[in-house]
Ligand binder design. Sequence first.
Ligand SMILES: [Zn+2]
Length: 409
Amino acid sequence: MKPTCRFCAAALTVSFVDLGMSPLCESYIEAAQLGCMEPFYPLHALVCDRCWLVQLQEFVAPADIFTEYAYFSSYSDSWVAHARRYVEKMCAQYGIGPKSLVVEIASNDGYLLQHFVERGVPVLGVEPAANVAQVAAGKGIHSEVLFFGRETAARIALQHGNADLLLGNNVLAHVPDLNDFVSGMKLLLAPGGMITMEFPHLERLIQENQFDTIYHEHFSYFSFVTAERVFASHGIRLFDVEELPTHGGSLRIYGCHAEDRTKPTTERAGALRSRELRRGFESVAFYAGFADGVTEVKRALLEFLIDARRAGKTVVGYGAPGKGNTLLNYCGIRTDFLDYTVDRNPYKQGKYTPGTHIPIHEPERIQATHPDYILILPWNLRDEIVSQMAFVREWGGRFVVPIPKVAVL
Ligand SMILES: [Zn+2]
């Protein structure tokens, strides 16, 4: 069957980047599973030449990925602080208060809604993973354990009422049926209500070679112009947008009912749209150059690793994030290059990276083994990690980042 666009149903014929075959990036391997077969799926991103949505085909149902999830948002201090600042802004600038209803889609462990609860604002979480929703319940946050869509949105509206603020961070990319999801948002949004969503910005992905943020759990990659088109087709107007530094560069979009006259479209929304159009986001040629930058990162990283290992240096990893697994599998980096990696998340410690089988230890291992080089896999947190791990300088240890280009710090 020929692939078709998940938004506009046009045939997908234009390649964005082909990263070969890869396992699911969150399927960490237990020691007992090391001898077993692992499923690999194509990791080939395509771009639709009608609506310009960059996308992966759906090879794995979301039910197999997200119902028992290993990612707890509250493990990241900087992300929780980001959520708190957002809540302050919504209350101060947009009048969200005790009479509003705030609904968050993919509310995870309540990392964000807890800040509304502290201010006495009624909240409802929507979260498909029961294990993380349970953690939110401990913070006094009720979650509906389900996948969001048109049908479930109607049920929520009936039970809890319409949302004055409907938000979702880092969820839009994970949605296989985009039209069903966005039409559900339209349905749940109260008249005069507001939507905010955050997602990584395709412009930054392209400019900074962030190919490792492409993995099977991320079905779609959005520019502002494409996001506008998707929401507009469901009666939602994006009236404002902010560019944020999170996750390597994200957008926060602000949406309202298309007919809502109380929220005029801001200048910065118009400015971002013009910038993207000027850069060629609606031309095939613009997307064609990306793959060359990706292969160049691979060659440069392998060159560095080969030289270091030939010179007898030790190299280890820091972090075992989803994006690290795309990088390791695409570049073919196993224990021939990295002795091990470390991660702060206890769920991952003692396991192995999917496909490449690099052991994951607790961060203290670095202090005990004094490696010469530490490859930072969650490069979006590089400043945080370099300052936390400054002690590696005592034995002459150096940090390496792979993206936007290979650099020794
Ligand atoms: Zn399309």
